[in-house]
Structures are given as C-alpha cells and as structure tokens.
Design a protein around this ligand. Structure first.
Ligand code: NOJ
Length: 753
C-alpha cells in the first residue's frame, strides 16, 4: 500500500475517533441507541466493502505446548483486514502478538476481538454448569462468572461463548451438562446471573467480557437426544419453554447471541429470519450481534436448505447472522452476493457496525492491548480467593440423593476404603468444556481432598475397575480393602468427555461394569455403610445403585477444587444444599420426563397408578427416581403455616405467599425454598406445576424463619393459542415446597378485573 495513503488514513481515523470522545459502554446498554454511532460512522466512512465484510469473519487459532498458534493463512487474512475476530487464541502474549498484526499491519488498524469458550471458569474451573445450577445460588453463579471473566480477560479474552441457556430435558443429550437443566424459570434466573457476572456493570473495564447467549434456539430439543439433530416444536412450546431464558439474557444485557446447529421446524437456525429478525431484533429489541455456531452457516447445505456455500452465506446474513465463525463463507462470497444484488450492502454494514460497536464498548479503540497484560495475567489466574470460591461452589453444587441410616456425614476417626476409577482422578473432575483448565496437576482429587479430614494412613485405596471396561481382575483387591475399612466410599461415574458436545448416549446407566462392581462390594460387606459419590454430566439411571448404596452424593464434575468441596460435604463441614435442576428418570424409557408436564385427558389416579387405560406404563411408574428440585440435607426442614394473602387477586394486585421453615435437625444448613403454581384451566393447557420463585435460606439448627414470596399477574403470563403473552383469569393452585414432589392444597383466583 502507498505509504503516504496509510499515514493519511491513520491520522483521519484517530481524528475521527477523538471528535466524539465517549467513555463507557454500560452493560445492558444494548437496549439503547448506541452512543458510539458517530465514531462508528467516521470509521466506516473510511472502510472498503472488503474491510467491512472482514469484520464479520472469525477464524480459529490452535494451541500447542508453548502457546497459541495461528496459521500463516489466517495471519495473511488478518493483515489484509479480512478478519474481525479470532477464537481459541488466549494468553496475554499470544493475543498481544496477534493484536499487533491487526493494529500495526492493517490499513486501518482495527483491533481484533478475541472470543473463547469460558464456560464454567477459565483457569480456575468451577463445577460444570448443570452442577452450578444444582446450587440454585444465583449470587454464587454470578460471582463464579465474574471470576471467570477476571481470569479470561487477564489472558487477552474479550468475549466468552457463554452462557448456554438451552433448556434440556433429555439426559441422552451430552450438552445437558452445559446448561441449567429443564426448568424455564430456573434457567432464566441463572441466565441473568451469568450475563451479569461476565459483563459486570461496565464493559469498558478491562476485567469484564462480552457474554453470548447460545444456542438460539431449540438445540436442547434435538430428536432422540442426538446432538445437532432435528427439532420440531410448535410456536407455543417454543415461546413458553425454550425462548424465555434467551429473553432473560437479553434483558440482562447480553451483548451477543450464537446461532444453533439444529434446524427448527425445517429452517436451520443460522438461516432463520423468524428467530433473528422477528423475535430477537423486532420483538426483543436486541441491539448486539449474532455469531454463527462454528461452521453452522455452511452446514445449511447438508441440511438441504442452501444449495451451496454461497447460498448459505446469503441465507445467514439475510436472516441476521452477523458473524461467520470458521465457515469461510462471508469472506468468500459476501462481496459477490452484494454485487449480484442478493444481499444488500446495508445488511453487511449493519453487521459490521454492531461488531465495531462491541469493540468500542470494550475500549479496544482506546487501547487494543488492554486485555493483554502479562503482569496482570500472572497475578490473576488461580488467585487464592478464586480457588476458595471454586471450593465453596463445588460444595454447594452437590446433591445428596440418598442418606439412609444417616450414613453421612462421616466421622473423622474411621478407616475409609476409597474405591473407584474416579477416586484419585485429577483429570475428569474438571469436566467437559473446561477449555483452559489444566487437566493434570492442578485439580484436587477426592483422595487428596479427604486428607484434610483424615490421615492418609486411614485411607485404603483401590481403583477396582475402569470407567468403561469389563475387566474384573481388580475387584478382588477392592473387596479386600473394603473388608478392612470401617466405611466404604466409592467414586464412580462417567468420563468427562461422555458429556458435552457430540457426546450423546443411548444408555444412561453407569458405564462399563461399574454397577456390577458396586454390587460386588455391597455383597462382600453387607453390614458396612457404602457411600456412593458420582461424577457425571447428565442425569443417570441410578435405579440399581439406589438399592445398593446407603448414601448417594451427586457431585457432577465439581471442578479444580472438587476433591475438597466433596470432602467438605462428606465430613459435614458443608451441609449439602443442592437440589436437582433436572429430573432423574427410573430408566431411559421414561424420557422425556420433567416435572412440569401436562396432565393428559387420562391422568393416573394417585390411589391406583396402574389403572388400565390411563396415561401410565405397564412396567414402570410414571414418577421419576429423583424429582426436579429434590435434594437432601444433613438436617431436616419442616414447612408449616402456609398462607396466601388473598383468595382472589386482580391483574394489578400482589399476592403474598408465606410459609414457616424450621430447621428441626442437628445441623445448620441452607434450604432452597421453592414456589410453584398450577394454572388449572387455560385457553391452552398448562403444565401441572410451574416453578415461579425460589429462595436459598440459611437456618441454624433450631431456627425458624417466615419466608415470603410475592406473585403478580405478570408471573402468570404465558403465550396462548393466539401467541399473545397474557395471564388468563381463573383458578391457580399454589404451594411452597422443598422439591417439585408435593400435592397442591391451596388455590387463589385471578379475577377478570
Ligand atoms: C461449537 C459449540 O457448539 C459452541 O457452543 C462453541 O461455543 C463453539 N463450538 C466454539 O468453540
């Protein structure tokens, strides 16, 4: 390029930026008109069409032992100004080096945006997202994502591809591990907590990052639990169940959205105008940008929706997919498509504008290296307080599924037989999508964690079996130590990559011969207490284990400090408080099973569940093994004196629901108090129960508290047959309970006014 021209251009750009100097990019501001408009106008007036298209292109770097790698080709494209963002490149140095190319070697010096999958922690890994959801602790979830943002931003990352807010009701689907489970309200509240944690109050601060609500939409409803699979659902289910967590993310200020791999009612998400133009932009007024999921744009060819890659590029940009992640189609075809009149220049300009706006909000035009600071990186990652938060989070994500004969907590003076393929594990324990988490050497195993409470000599260890094999040769050794010990702790479960992307299973039992192994131990020491600790990324069929173990502790994949968090719970330093965010079926044939199903015209009579010609199975009960919202504590919580403020409310009234919770056991502890309603008759049928609120309350032993919820007609709204969002007058049942397994006893009427 002509040197003089470059100098002129840079001066012009600097002038243009400083004319309308503007400082902050408040999170939540995606609802407002951009305060960066004039700066963006100035910049865009200097950009060629190719450079504008370039902003809509994202490529991936790789990673080797010494740090991030970026192919020569991608560097060439960056130099040409044909790349707006990179993924899979992080570390202060790696991002700085690459940013330098964008800033110093391109015509306009527009900085790159670095995106990465910061899903449940960055370096300090928190429990997998399903585990985080089991804590029902919004403050903790927000704090965990703030910590993730601190660490990620210190390593040059500007943007996380999180939260995943897909409702998931099929445990076969591997990605159920990445979301907040099956419930609309819980998922929506958690979506907001993640967004707030990542983005903070001020995006221009260098320790906050852009959030990305994904995968829009319906990804969790793929047929047969297969990843990337077809989704067919009525608009009604879409609006009442699958969309609300995304809407919550928009309301919380999420700056970006990601498309989904699946098709929805015949239209692949990345080319779905109805989703991106009508719902997201027109109805919800989302002002941020949308990135495709990986190669989802050109996958529309395989879907049979686009004739070729060029056609896919046309469909995607016209539908409102602003950035092309790894698909190569925007770089290759957008210019041609504009010249041919198949895509309007303004459509590409609009996409470019939104991407530039995100860069302005992050302050990258003030200092493109502000996230790439090696000193900050060193002092930030694995900070002591982050590790402590991860330990607390691990403990609060655990769900006690069974605790017969008060098998737990353990007492310190006993000899423990610690058995199982995950007992000493430091690799699987951080779970799937722990992208930057060290798989070895950093995470604390259960074996190590227990040593905070018992001496090493009191822990007898045997692996006994593998996660997935039929080798029984080591059963004997495990039986021998079980016979010597006072109590047995078996740590079993799935491999970390049996859940997550492309990890669907048709069998949701413990893999390999683990169940047989548990039975062997249980049979060998029938009078000793057998505690089962499970690590898994999905609800499992635990019907047999439920009969074999005295206590079952669901630990999901608890993260870097998992071993300590588990030990804290096993020894009662932390009284378990987790509640299931998703139903555990009795067997795979019950799927889909979730607490807020519809009733059918032939519901089963409670006193005769096997009655003929009712909606039941002939071989298994309709009820799950462990219901949504369920989880035990070492103490007991009693619910008494449930009262509502009125038997009738108008559309402008508030209904107050109160209950007294008493801690009647011997331990202090948290209880997750849940508010449910049932809209008895609707213009379309309504679920048998719907969660409408929850509070996580701490009660000392012997203490009681009056817990109060406020409900308005707004909380009772749903999309009816006419797709209008409204509350319908009529009778609503209402209850406050410690899980979704209860019978309603109280009701109120919403009047017509
Ligand atoms: C594909 C996954 O579906 C998505 O969730 C992720 O963010 C991207 N790959 C980038 O890694």
């Amino acid at each position: 390029m002509n040197r003089l021209f470059k100098i002129y251009t840079v001066i012009a750009v600097v002038l243009a930026f400083s004319i309308n100097s503007c400082t902050t990019g408040k999170s939540g501001s995606n609802m407002a008109e951009s305060s960066y408009d004039s700066k963006i106008d100035s910049l865009m007036s200097l950009m060629t069409l190719e450079e504008k298209i370039g902003q809509t292109v994202m490529y991936s770097g790789g990673w080797d032992k010494t740090g991030p790698t970026v192919s020569a080709n991608n560097k060439k494209y960056i130099r040409e100004g044909s790349v707006g963002a990179m993924l899979n490149v992080f570390s202060a140095k790696g991002t700085r080096d690459l940013q330098k190319i964008a800033v110093e070697e391109t015509r306009l010096g527009i900085p790159l945006l670095f995106g990465y999958d910061v899903i449940h922690g960055h370096r300090t890994i928190f429990p997998i997202n399903l585990g985080l959801a089991a804590s029902w602790d919004l403050e903790e979830i927000e704090n965990g994502s703030r910590i993730a943002a601190e660490e990620a931003s210190a390593e040059g990352i500007h943007w996380t591809f999180a939260p995943m807010v897909d409702i998931a009701r099929d445990p076969r689907w591997g990605r159920i591990s990445e979301g907040a489970g099956e419930d609309v309200y819980l998922c929506s509240e958690i979506a907001k907590a993640y967004v707030k944690g990542f983005q903070g109050d001020d995006l221009s601060a260098n320790n906050t990052i852009l959030a990305c609500a994904k995968h829009f939409v319906g990804y969790g409803a793929g047929q047969a639990g297969r990843d990337y699979h077809t989704v067919n659902m009525g608009e009604n289910e879409l609006r009442n169940t699958y969309l609300p967590p995304f809407k919550a993310a928009v309301d919380a200020g999420a700056e970006t959205f990601m498309t989904a791999f699946n098709e929805l009612n015949g239209v692949p998400a990345s080319g779905n105008k109805f989703l991106y133009r009508q719902i997201l932009r027109d109805e919800w007024k989302f002002k941020g940008f949308v990135v495709s999921d990986y190669t989802a744009i050109f996958e529309m060819v395989q879907h049979g929706f686009a004739t070729d890659n060029k056609d896919a590029a046309r469909l995607a940009i016209n539908a409102g997919t602003d950035m092309d992640m790894m698909g190569e189609v925007n770089r290759m075809y957008l210019k041609e498509l504009i010249e041919e009149g198949k895509v309007k220049k303004e459509t590409v300009e609009e996409a470019c504008r939104k991407i530039l706006e995100a860069k302005f909000k992050l302050g990258l035009f003030d200092d493109p290296y502000r996230y790439s600071d090696e000193a900050r990186e060193k002092e930030t990652i694995y900070k002591k307080e982050f590790l402590e938060a991860a330990r607390k989070s691990a403990a609060s994500s655990l769900v006690l599924l069974k605790n017969d004969k008060k098998a737990l907590p353990l007492t310190k003076n006993k000899t423990i037989a610690l058995i199982g393929p995950l007992a000493k594990d430091e690799e699987n324990i951080i779970g799937n999508w722990a992208a930057a988490g060290d798989r070895r050497g950093r995470a604390v195993s259960i074996f190590e964690g227990l040593q905070e409470y018992v001496s090493k000599t009191n822990i007898l260890y045997a692996q006994g079996c593998d996660i997935e094999s039929d080798d029984e040769s080591r059963f004997k050794e495990a039986v021998a130590i079980a016979k010597k010990a006072d109590v047995i702790v078996m740590v079993m479960g799935e491999d970390y990559d049996m859940s997550g992307e492309a990890a669907s299973r048709t069998n949701i039992k413990l893999p390999g011969n683990q169940t047989e192994f548990i039975r062997t131990i249980a049979d060998a020491v029938p009078n000793k207490q057998l505690i089962l600790v499970l690590m898994n990324g999905r609800p499992l069929d635990l019907s047999e284990e439920n009969l074999l173990a005295d206590a079952i502790l669901e630990a999901w994949f608890p993260g870097t400090m998992g071993g300590l968090g588990i030990a804290d719970v096993l020894f009662g330093a932390y009284n378990p408080s987790g509640k299931l965010p998703v139903t555990f079926p009795r067997n795979i044939g019950q799927i889909p099973i979730y607490y807020n199903m519809k009733n059918t015209g032939r519901p089963i009579p409670p006193d005769n569940p096997k009655e003929d010609y009712k909606s039941n199975y002939i071989d298994v009960a309709n009820t799950p093994l462990y219901p949504f919202g369920y989880g035990l504590s070492y103490t007991n919580f009693e619910y008494k004196d449930f009262k509502i403020s009125s038997k009738e409310i108008t559309k402008t009234d508030k209904l107050i629901a109160n209950v007294t919770i008493s801690n009647t056991g011997n331990y202090d502890g948290y209880e997750v108090v849940q508010l449910y309603v049932h809209d008895k008759v609707g213009s379309i049928t309504r679920p048998v129960k719907e969660l409408k609120g929850f509070q996580k309350v701490f009660l000392k032993k012997g203490e009681h508290k009056r817990i109060r919820f406020t409900l308005t007609a707004g909380d009772l709204k749903f999309y009816g047959y006419d797709m209008k969002f409204k509350a319908e007058p009529g009778v609503f049942e209402i209850a406050i309970a410690g899980s979704s397994d209860f019978d309603f006893k109280e009701s109120f009427t919403l009047k017509n006014d």
